[in-house]
Write a protein that binds this ligand. Structure first.
Ligand code: SF4
Ligand code: SF4
Length: 442
């Protein structure tokens, strides 16, 4: 059973929809006691998960049951916030109707980052993932809502060719829209009525962890969760586009060592030895990785609480941590916990960052409009990236001029590599294979 499920998920090219795109067939090829459905939707404004839990409850549950069967887990817990009332009602009914008795629903508090896998595992199960570890080490697989819907389709032999994307911000119609993978952002925005301002940027992902796109001629990938249109001088955008070297210099100069970044750091509160205020000292030197404390950057999830909520000096510990982490990884440095077991901070329960306050701080309350699901969007052209996942890029199987149908395999996992298959998302003709992308015109 396990091998068959893993193979079907692999064949369908399913990757984690909520994060960096880890291949799902690798993640579920494990033995655990619990599977958590991550429906926290903790990034402000992103609504795809609650909308899917409400509209595709049966598919999500089928996917969850498949992952339970695959991993041998006896317990599947669907985790979401109580504020998503319709989604909550739908999943409660689905869990109650399931005859296997393996499904539960857990109501999360409305805080950020409730969807961080390590935070979620602790909130729901009271288990603490080791420093630099993964939930598997404490007997848990965490899976995103859309990933499970894709697993359900994979069980029926349907490959992953679509993505649900929240479109919001300064755009005429806010929506959660189902689009073929590879659809250009400019086409998605046009479908949503276009931007309401002439000068704008687009954030790919949420306001906390998303990145500013260089332009709108970029394809939607398997991991694109949201497109947020914002003015270029919006507070969410400013730090994301600033020169990283300048951010580091400003941060190390202005930091007053108040340690509020450490006090509110979700990983520190879980007992991990991550103290961003100490890392700010390291940022002032010419050798970023020289100080012994620098290694703690390897424990940073880059959630952004320190930068966008905690720091009274409005500097960027997150960006500095990210720079130190990249430098350490380039040097091949790995975290060594030295046998230390994390001890949860005694004040953790009093240091949640409420989403409502975070949204005020980010100045995005006016974009929090709870849009509905829109389907039936059919673009004329898609540009499908051969690398939309963690691991090696898929090896291209098509050439210019090939006629292909939606669902056809166009990229294969290279032999003995971590990766994910890639499929055509529309019927059409291949017009270009270049720069790691396959262009298909309908
Ligand atoms: S980004 Fe900041 S708050 Fe988040 S884990 Fe890293 S150091 Fe902690
Ligand atoms: S919160 Fe800001 S000023 Fe305070 S220690 Fe952290 S980076 Fe420095």
């Amino acid at each position: 059973m396990n091998a068959q499920i893993v193979e079907k998920i692999r064949d369908a090219g399913v990757v984690g929809a909520g994060g960096a795109g880890f291949p799902t067939h690798v993640k579920v090829n494990a033995s655990v006691d619990t599977v958590l459905v991550n429906g926290a939707s903790c990034e402000p404004l992103l609504m795809s998960d609650p909308v899917l839990m409400e509209s595709q409850t049966a598919a999500m549950v089928r996917g969850l049951l498949a992952v339970l069967d695959c991993t041998g887990a006896g317990r599947g817990v669907i985790c979401l916030k109580g504020k998503h009332r319709k989604a909550m009602q739908a999943v409660r009914e689905a869990a109650a109707a399931d005859k296997s008795g393996r499904l539960e629903v857990f109501e999360l508090r409305d805080f950020y980052p409730a969807g961080d896998e390590q935070v979620l595992v602790h909130e729901v199960l009271g288990r603490t993932v080791p420093e630099a570890g993964i939930p598997l080490q404490v007997g848990v697989v965490v899976s995103n809502v859309e990933t499970l819907c894709n697993v359900a389709r994979a069980m029926e032999g349907t490959p992953l060719t679509e993505r649900y994307v929240t479109v919001t911000g300064e755009v005429k119609r806010h929506m959660v829209v189902r689009v073929p993978v590879g659809t250009l952002v400019e086409d998605v925005l046009a479908f949503a009525g276009g931007p309401t301002i002439t000068d704008f940027v687009v954030v790919d992902g949420g306001p906390m962890m998303g990145r500013v796109l260089p332009d709108t001629h970029q394809p939607v990938t398997k991991t694109t969760s949201g497109l947020i249109v914002l003015p270029p001088d919006h507070t969410v955008v400013a730090r994301k586009v600033m020169d990283p070297e300048r951010v580091r210099r400003i941060t190390s100069t202005i930091c007053c060592q108040c340690s509020q970044c450490t006090d509110l750091c979700p990983r520190n509160l879980l007992g991990h030895r991550l103290r961003p205020h100490l890392l700010m000292r390291a940022a002032g030197g010419t050798d970023l990785t020289a100080s012994p404390a620098a290694r703690e950057a390897l424990l940073c999830s880059e959630c952004g609480i320190c930068e966008k909520f905690a720091c009274p000096m409005l500097v960027s510990p997150r960006e500095v941590n990210a720079q130190i982490k990249r430098a350490l990884m380039q040097e091949g440095v790995r975290w060594d916990a030295q046998g230390r077991k994390p001890v949860v901070h005694p004040f953790r329960g009093t240091r949640y960052v409420p989403t409502s306050r975070l949204m005020q701080r980010l100045d995005v309350v006016k974009y929090d409009t709870h849009p509905g699901l829109v389907e039936g969007f059919a673009p004329q052209v898609v540009e499908i990236a051969l690398k939309q996942h963690i691991g090696a890029p898929a090896a291209c199987l098509v050439a210019v001029g090939d006629k292909i149908a939606r669902g056809d395999l166009i990229g294969e996992i290279p032999e003995k590599s971590l990766g994910a298959r890639v499929h055509a998302s529309i019927d059409g003709t291949v017009t270009s294979v270049a720069d790691g992308k396959v262009v298909i015109r309908a």
